[in-house]
Ligand binder design. Structure first.
Ligand code: F6P
Length: 472
């Protein structure tokens, strides 16, 4: 480990990435020492593709007490600068604005008779959001070499491009949205000045990236309506794909093999002794993922097609997310309650209809991907949804994909998936029946084509494509 700023030296970085969550996080051990945990994902493999000598720097926020302690002690990784934004400012910006307002707007999550309410508390939190974005803009301005490329990520940091442009007009600034973009009528829920500020911030970039043409078009419409158009800012679409090499290797390591065996045991056998079929879903317990309607559709399937009882299990992995927000905690409780209800209504001594797991375990997720007969991916709205792309890559014997038309992945996978309106529980139940009934040969053929489409743009290429477009 080395002190980050020292590692960068005075020459400045040539490529900078900025995101709320960084590639590493810290926890304080009982003996007071710091334990570093490295994360994965598209940006991590993207950055590694440009190599360690490319002069890259990742600017991120300290998220918890461990991170703040690491910054205080001057502990860090080469190539990473963590910003010790005060905890209260970060909480207002991340929980209050990013996750409770901007995320809700882009995913259309409000129950509009009662919310949103843009009151004095919102205005107070908005000031924190500006402060948090300014801290990023200032750090990037400090660290960037003349003419460097800066790739800002997501809705947490949508004011950064405009702020950074003012501080450093020489930089090439890109912004990438990993979420959908709201339709213009829904974006218009925001107070006019806030809507204009968000768009002005984004339009400070030379280039804006989106996961699908649909989200890019929504942004363009909002810019025309609330900001007088795109100006000089260019728009690009880069549909992040699954990392096939990594997934195929990781999915066959010993810990995953062990979990495949354990999960098969837990799912059990049908009365005729054949392996029970598995409808698998893996998500963060996120309001937009539509886990509750997925359970309702499964219950409908058991009602409409009693022949599936005892012959199928719904394996639902719903990992904790954003637990500082009450509405996420309540959603998680509802997922648990409904699963228990289905199990007590339909379960028999030898059959647990819903196998629910709420504890994050990547190896077990891969095990579930491998043995899934059906993958259920039914978000009410999703930027891409990488689970839909990962399952076909890892599947042992082919897996039928039930896919929401509101996921970004729909546009690339729709031909070989069984597609659904995520609000229509009856249609989703029918789709599950169709998926379970699909002949093994057809399933295997479709899975091959799904895997090819899902890996068309692996993370490294996704990143390099954006970088060269920004520099062009
Ligand atoms: O989809 C947007 C996003 O920020 C992803 O990049 C990330 O995987 C997810 O949300 C998780 O968010 P958080 O950092 O709040 O856990």
């Amino acid at each position: 480990m080395a002190s980050t700023q020292a590692a960068q030296g005075a020459r400045g970085a040539q490529v900078l990435v900025a995101s709320n969550r960084g590639p590493v996080s810290y926890a304080v051990r009982e003996d007071g020492s710091l334990h570093a945990k490295r994360g994965g994902g598209g940006l991590v493999s993207g950055l590694s593709a440009i190599g360690p000598d490319a002069g890259a720097l990742w600017v991120c926020s300290a998220l918890g007490d461990g991170d703040r302690e690491a910054v205080r002690r001057g502990v860090g990784e080469a190539g990473v600068r963590m910003l010790a934004i005060p905890a209260d400012v970060h909480s207002d910006a991340y929980n209050g604005i990013a996750n409770s307002v901007l995320w809700f707007v882009h995913h259309m999550l409000y129950q509009t008779p009662l919310e949103p309410v843009f009151d004095a508390e919102f205005r107070r939190q908005w000031v924190s959001y500006e402060t948090y974005n300014r801290a990023f803009a200032e750090a990037l301005a400090q660290e960037a070499a003349p003419g460097a490329a800066v790739l800002v990520q997501d809705y947490h940091l949508c004011l950064v491009p405009g702020m950074l442009r003012e501080l450093r007009p020489d930089l090439r600034i890109g912004h990438f949205s990993h979420t959908p973009w709201a339709p213009v009528e829904y974006f218009g829920l925001l107070p006019d000045d806030v809507a204009a500020e968000v768009l002005r911030g984004m339009l400070g970039a030379d280039r804006l990236g989106f996961l699908t043409q649909r989200w890019a078009d929504a942004f363009t419409t909002c810019a025309a309506e609330f900001a007088g158009g795109l100006g000089d800012t260019r728009i690009g679409v880069h549909g992040l794909g699954a990392d096939a090499d990594f997934l195929r290797r990781r999915a066959h390591e010993a810990d995953v093999d062990e979990r495949v065996a354990a999960l098969r045991e837990e799912i059990g056998a049908a009365p005729d002794g054949s392996a029970r079929k598995a409808i698998v879903r893996v998500d963060r317990t996120e309001l937009s993922k539509n886990i509750v309607r997925g359970l309702l559709a499964y219950r409908q399937l058991l009602d409409d097609h009693p022949e599936w009882r005892e012959r199928v299990a719904h394996v639902a992995f719903a990992y904790p997310s954003r637990q500082d927000l009450a509405v996420y905690r309540e959603y998680m409780a509802e997922v648990r309650r409904l699963s228990e209800e289905i199990n007590s209504e339909y379960g028999t001594p030898g059959w647990t209809p819903v196998v629910l797991n709420l504890k994050d375990d990547f190896a077990r997720s891969l095990a579930a991907y491998r043995l899934a007969d059906v993958a259920l991916v039914n978000p009410i709205r999703d930027g891409m949804n990488l689970v839909a792309k990962e399952v076909p890559v890892v599947s042992d014997e082919g897996c039928a994909l039930v896919l929401s038309r509101e996921a970004g992945a729909y546009w690339e996978l729709r031909e070989d998936a069984i597609t659904v309106n995520p609000y229509d529980v009856m249609e989703t139940a029918r789709a599950l029946h169709e998926a379970l009934s699909m002949a093994p040969e057809e399933r295997a053929e479709r899975t091959k084509r799904l895997a090819a489409a899902a890996t068309a743009l692996p993370p490294a290429q996704w990143f390099l494509e954006q970088l060269s477009a920004l520099r062009a």
